[in-house]
Design a binder for this molecule. Structure first.
Ligand SMILES: [Zn+2]
Length: 347
């Protein structure tokens, strides 16, 4: 099986020769080619070169273009600051009043913000790797983009006031979320056209660590469903990532329509498999910091075996990490994930 065939089979809950391995190894690849993070997030060629170097060194099944989180919000007009050896940071919210939503325009992924950088990366990876290795794109979810544009604290407070019946401006919130969902959808579609096999939607702020399950159902789920309904069925797989412990909203996450759900290390993978594993392919859930950054190769092997035992049964599982692999994680730790998958298969 090629890496791509293995990943496709897992997404379909079909048998594989071994469990596919797809750590969320994005910008940590910059170390292999020695480019600065500033260059990495502004140059699609730098992303593609580093991802290819990492894949050659590790042998995993999925390359990952995702690096920073603001490229799409920038398309709406959010200003960011670049740093030589750190990811970009937002300068401040774009909207001072929710009513300003009326002045926003949905960005064009081929032209606006830094979306073209990530489209270039997919195109270059597709040209270099063809259909051998699965290409996972990037994509920020509607809730997170809205929070970047309006300011996280103010956005959450407004939602809490609406929930409590103290704010009448729900219409503008939904108008904003409709626009950001439209922007996410357009960007995912453009990446599919560029050659991505896995269309990734990361909506980290829509986490149960930040909002209640009721708020997720009211302000997030309808938009996730809308996005996945529009991009599913084209031939790529969709993957949803939300940071944190989302055990209380597992069923809602399985209703989004995403083909694959990334499981954070804070969650019990076995429980997720039991509750929703027959409906959605799972990817996870090694601890990015404790295991990938600070752990030994033996820790990685033990944790990888634990994941395969908890979720590998019956397919529909990809061995991965709960979130981004930190920049300084040893390469041997990434290799240990692939080695363990191979050994578990031999048994
Ligand atoms: Zn995360």
């Amino acid at each position: 099986m090629t890496a791509l065939e293995r990943v496709r089979a897992a997404c379909h809950h079909e048998p594989t020769d071994r469990v596919p391995v797809g750590p969320f190894a994005g910008f940590c690849a910059a170390r292999l080619t020695g480019v600065s993070l500033r260059r990495y997030v502004t140059d699609g060629q730098a992303i593609a070169d580093a991802q290819i170097a990492l894949q050659h060194a590790v042998g995993h099944d999925i390359v990952v273009t995702a690096a920073d989180t603001y490229y799409l919000a920038e398309g709406f007009g959010l200003e960011v600051e670049f740093h030589e050896n750190a990811l970009p940071t937002a300068k401040g919210p774009l909207l001072t009043d929710l009513k300003d939503v009326d002045c926003l325009r949905v960005p064009d992924p081929k032209r606006d913000g830094r979306m073209p950088v990530y489209l270039d990366a997919v195109r270059l990876l597709s040209a270099a790797l063809g259909d051998q290795v699965a290409i996972r794109g990037t994509g920020t979810g509607p809730f997170s983009i809205a929070a970047y544009l309006f300011g996280m604290q103010r956005f959450l407070m407004t939602l809490a006031e609406i929930e409590a019946g103290e704010d009448e401006d729900e219409r503008h919130v939904h108008q904003l979320l409709s626009m950001t969902a439209e922007a996410s959808t357009a960007f995912l579609k453009a990446q599919f056209e560029a050659g991505a096999h896995i269309l990734y939607l990361g909506d980290s702020l829509a986490s149960a660590d930040m909002i209640s399950p009721a708020m997720y159902r009211r302000f997030v789920l309808p938009y996730h469903q809308r996005i996945f309904a529009e991009v599913n069925g084209q031939g790529a797989f969709t993957l949803l990532h939300i940071c944190g412990d989302n055990t209380v909203m597992l069923d809602a996450l399985a209703e989004t329509g995403a083909n694959v759900l990334e499981i954070d290390h804070k969650m019990n993978l076995g429980l997720c498999k039991q509750r929703i594993g027959d409906r959605i392919c799972l990817i996870g859930n090694l601890d990015p910091v404790q295991t990938m950054l600070h752990g030994t190769t033996e820790d990685v092997r033990r944790e990888s075996r634990r994941c395969i035992e908890q979720a590998g049964q019956g397919g529909g599982f990809i061995l991965g990490t709960g979130c981004f692999v930190p920049y300084d994680s040893p390469l041997e730790n990434l290799r240990a994930m692939v080695e363990t998958s191979r050994q578990e298969q031999i048994k």
